[in-house]
Design a protein. Sequence first.
Length: 383
Amino acid sequence: MRTSFISAVLASQIITSYAAPHPIEVIQNIDWEKELLGRSDDGLEKRARSEKSIDAVFKSIGKQYFGTCADQNRLSGTNADVLLADFGQVTPENSGKWDTTEPQQGKFNFQGLDALVNWAQSNNKLVRGHTTLWYSQLPSWVSAINNKATLTSVIQTHVSTEIGRYAGKVLQWDVVNEIFNEDGTLRNSVFHNVLGEDFVSIAFAAAKKADPKAKLYINDYNTVEKGSTYAKTTGMITYVKKWIAAGVPIDGIGAQAHLQSGESKNVPASLKELCAIVSECAMTEVDIVNAAASEYVTTIKSCADIANCVGVTVWGIRDPDSWRASSNPLLFDSNYNTKPAYSALIQTLGSYSTAKATTTASATGSATGNSTLSATATPTQSK
C-alpha cells in the first residue's frame, strides 16, 4: 500500500471532521498517474508480475475506478492481495441483496455488507451498492405482499434503512436491478404487479432521501450486449427518459455487460446511446465468455471513449469464482495469473494515458509561452 500521500489525505479528512466525507470527494484531486503508476521507493506493494494496476491506469485517463465484486469471503489471502493491488472499487456480490439484508420483515442483517464496506474504507477503496430492489433473491414475505400501501411502506423502509446505513460511504447504488423484459417492457414482479411502474419512483425517492450525495443507478443486462437497436435497450432508454423528465432522481445507468463470445462489437454504440440520456453511466458486471483479449479491449474501450462513463466493474477476479466459471470469462486464471486480456487492456489504456500526458504537456507549453511564437501571433487558449 502507498502510505505517504494518500494516507495523509485520508487521515486529514478524518481528523478535521467528524462527518465522513463522500468517498469521491476525498480522492478526486489525487494525481493517480503519479501516486499509483509511479515506482518510487515508497511506492506500490511488491508485485509478483510486471503489469501495472489496471485501476491505476484507468484512473490516469480520468475515470473514477476499475472495480470488481467481492464479499467477506473474498477479503483475505491472495484474493485480497489482488484486490488491493489491482482494483479500486468493490461491489457486494450478494451481501447487499434483500434476502440477506432483510430476510424477515423489520429484522435486518448487515454483517456481510458491513464487513465489505469497512474493509473498503480501511483500504481506500470505493464501493458500489448492489442492490436494493431486485425480483430475484427476494424473501417470500415480500413476494406475498398484495397491498399497495403495504408494499410502498416496505420498499421505503428497506431502501432507506440499507442506503441510509452507509450514507457517505458508498459512491453509487443500484437502486433497481433487472426490471426490464427482453422486449423492453417492465418485468413482472411483485413490485410491478402491485404498484405498476410507480415502484421505480418510490424506490429512488427513498434512496435520494437516505443519501443525497450517492449516485443512484438503474442496472440491467442485455442493454449493451445485443446492439443499440435491441428492444430492451431502446425500451430502457424510453422509460428512463420519461422518469427523469418526471423528476425521478436517476443519476446513472449501469450496463452489466455479461457478454457471449462475439458480442463485444455491439457494446460501443449501445453504451453511447445509454450514456447520452443520463448524467453518468458505468459498466457494472463485466464478464466475457472465453475472455478473448480483443473482446475485452473493445468492451472496456467503449467506456474509456465516453466522457461520462465513470468506471468499470468486472464480475469477479479469477475464473473459478465466477458465476460463469465454465466459460472462463474473467481477467485472472485459477492461480491468480493475469490472462492475455489483462495485458491487452493495460497496453490499450496505457496508450490513452500517454496521449493524455502528451496533450497536457503540449498545452502547458503553449500556455507558458513559446520562444518561437511570432510576436503578433495570438495562441487560442481555453480558460
